[in-house]
Unconditional design. Structure first.
Length: 365
């Protein structure tokens, strides 16, 4: 009996540990109009997640700020410590006692996402990476990234290093707007160091119409991530995606969301685009089904009802995109209160719950 109890305790402890390592590894996305800052799509945008190598966007932001303030210049040589040289990959395998210029460091962070270089930058600016992380968090607060805490410059695993999709959007927006010339570096596809050519990890940038950056990320606890920017018809959208199961699935899902958001603004791809039929969207709980919770003669009534349902039944609506849609029925113009991007199964569950509360609900495909 005692052995059984001990086994159960060990099993529960290991199980809880496994859960805790993935506590924040949730799928999340946000697409925002760069100019108006209108949110065109969001799901779990305020859910805490591990930033992984998206952390390096802040490391680069600080480098650009130091360059702008003449605290650094592009040819400044940065010293490599034993600590920096010991960082785990992805890395340039810098040697202790060697140096790297700011220019090469920047390109290594953008293209190679080199962890050893991130530590080099941190130590040369703040003395230690720990102090640099404090500086990063201070910058984050100034940029309105209220939910973000940094603990290192690279994004290597640290359970206290947390952010949200919305906060990463704010960082990407700030970098593009504050340092437009430096931002152009993110469009580079290759970087040469010590006669070796490194290629960008941002594969979607190479194929997506209008793409110009910015950064991928991955650790096991976070899944595959991407901060992304593209311009079509002089309209820039910024997309942030967390929690991909693979790099390819992440890219397909974010491509779908970016296309959908451009289409929402009546901006289509030049090819018109072959519809993205990615089946991976279902895995992200971002799907084609909508639930209609009310139909009204006046738009303001539809909007009011939408807010009511969203506030009273947050678990049922599950942060889905809320919208009022204009329809025609029997020659009359009406307004539907909808929540969209459900899988068929989730839409059925949501409607079933709402009907239990005697609320109207039906599903549109």
């Amino acid at each position: 009996m005692k052995k059984s109890l001990i086994f159960i305790k060990i099993f529960v402890s290991v199980f809880l540990l496994l859960i805790s390592t993935n506590l924040y590894a949730k799928k999340a996305a946000i697409i925002v109009d760069y100019d108006t800052q209108e949110v065109l799509f969001e799901v779990n945008a305020d859910t805490l997640n591990y930033p992984a190598s998206l952390t390096k966007i802040m490391t680069l932001y600080i480098v650009f700020d130091y360059l702008d303030k003449n605290k650094l210049n592009w040819e400044t040589q940065l010293n490599v410590s034993a600590t920096a040289a010991s960082r785990s990959p992805s890395k340039l395998y810098l040697k202790e006692g060697s140096t790297i210029s700011v220019k090469n460091a920047v390109m290594a962070l953008i293209i190679k996402s080199a962890n050893d270089v991130a530590t080099v930058v941190a130590e040369n600016i703040s003395g230690t990476e720990r102090e640099f992380a404090k500086l990063m968090t201070k910058y984050a607060k100034k940029l309105g990234m209220k939910s973000t805490t940094f603990k290192n410059a690279s994004g290597l695993p640290n359970r206290a290093q947390l952010t949200t999709a919305r906060d990463v959007y704010k960082l990407a927006h700030a970098l593009i707007s504050h340092f437009p010339n430096e931002y152009k570096l993110f469009k580079n596809e290759k970087f040469v160091w010590m006669d070796k050519t490194y290629k960008t990890h941002n594969k979607l940038m190479l194929s997506y119409e209008g793409a110009d950056g910015i950064k991928t990320g991955y650790i096991k606890a976070s899944g595959f991530q991407l901060a992304f920017s593209a311009i079509r018809n002089d309209k820039r959208l910024i997309g942030i995606y967390f929690g991909g199961d693979t790099g390819a699935q992440r890219n397909k899902s974010l491509k779908f969301l970016m296309n959908k958001s451009f289409n929402k603004l009546n901006i289509e791809t030049k090819s018109n685009q072959k519809k993205d039929t990615s089946k991976n969207i279902a895995q992200d709980k971002i799907d084609k089904y909508k639930i209609v919770v009310g139909t009204f003669k006046y738009k303001k009534n539809a909007e009011k009802h939408l807010k009511l349902i969203k506030s009273k039944y947050p678990k049922t609506t599950n942060n889905k995109d809320a919208t009022v849609a204009l329809i025609r029925s029997n020659g009359k113009q009406l307004y539907e209160s909808r929540f969209q991007f459900f899988s068929k199964k989730d839409a059925q569950v949501a409607c079933s719950r709402l009907k239990k509360y005697k609320r109207d609900c039906f599903i549109r495909g």
